[in-house]
Design a protein around this ligand. Structure first.
Ligand SMILES: Cc1cc2nc3c(=O)[nH]c(=O)nc-3n(C[C@H](O)[C@H](O)[C@H](O)COP(=O)(O)OP(=O)(O)OC[C@H]3O[C@@H](n4cnc5c(N)ncnc54)[C@H](O)[C@@H]3O)c2cc1C
Length: 188
């Protein structure tokens, strides 16, 4: 049983997963390789002079793995909320169980709608539909969250990655029963 399964390893999903994994939460990240970020050339990401989208994605994936998250190249095809307690996730390759689930699926609400999560019209350019969330990233189902483009955030890497991180802090805080902060101190 994973503490959290994240669908999508673009900036939002990977941004969330590196926080949950670094916090010691058993983290599964599933992605079928259709990130819109793969087409981007990014010069407006704070702290990064300029970077190709694929390189930004690859760096994020390496960070995920460094902190112990499991990243799998699989498409999520089916989802169930079992016994009001955990999520059963079926992919092209197998099935997994997780207490919490985070949708970071970019332009697609398909997986969330398949689970019966409420969606609504998008307001950002070229984003047709998004998942309804509260200010913390909670969706209409318990222990199901959404972050980044699919949660209606402005379609920029710094914003979607930041929202993934923000939502992860909220999930970690709920799992821990108190507010979480992750601050490392300068080593020398
Ligand atoms: C041409 C182009 C240029 C851009 N230029 C810039 C720029 O200069 N600066 C900037 O800030 N932003 C730019 N962007 C926008 C930026 O790429 C997005 O804002 C941001 O990356 C979106 O992040 P995300 O994680 O929400 O979505 P994505 O990066 O799209 O990630 C979503 C992930 O979910 C996965 N997924 C979805 N459904 C499933 C499923 N059922 N099973 C498994 N995986 C699933 C997909 O494979 C995908 O990898 C550009 C975008 C494009 C298209």
């Amino acid at each position: 049983m994973y503490d959290i399964a994240i669908i999508g390893a673009g900036p939002a999903g990977a941004g969330a997963g590196l926080f949950t994994a670094k916090a010691g939460k058993k983290t599964l990240v599933l992605d079928h390789g259709k990130s819109i970020t793969a087409k981007a050339w990014v010069e407006n990401h704070y702290g990064v002079d300029a970077i190709e989208g694929p390189a930004l994605l690859e760096t994020g994936h390496q960070q995920l793995k460094k902190f112990g998250a499991e990243l799998k190249s699989e498409e999520v095809t089916d989802l169930f909320f079992k016994d009001g307690a955990y999520y059963e996730i079926t992919t092209s390759e197998g099935s997994y169980q997780a207490e919490h689930i985070l949708f970071a699926t970019g332009m697609s609400v398909k997986a969330a709608e398949q689970l019966g999560i409420k969606t609504t019209d998008g307001t950002e350019p070229r984003v047709a539909k998004i998942i309804e969330t509260d200010q913390h990233g909670r969706t209409s189902l318990p222990k199901a969250w959404a972050a980044g483009t699919v949660a209606g955030k402005s379609v920029h890497t710094i914003i979607t990655a930041g929202h993934g991180a923000e939502t992860a802090v909220n999930i970690i805080s709920e799992l821990n029963g108190k507010r979480y902060v992750d601050h490392d101190i300068l080593k020398n």
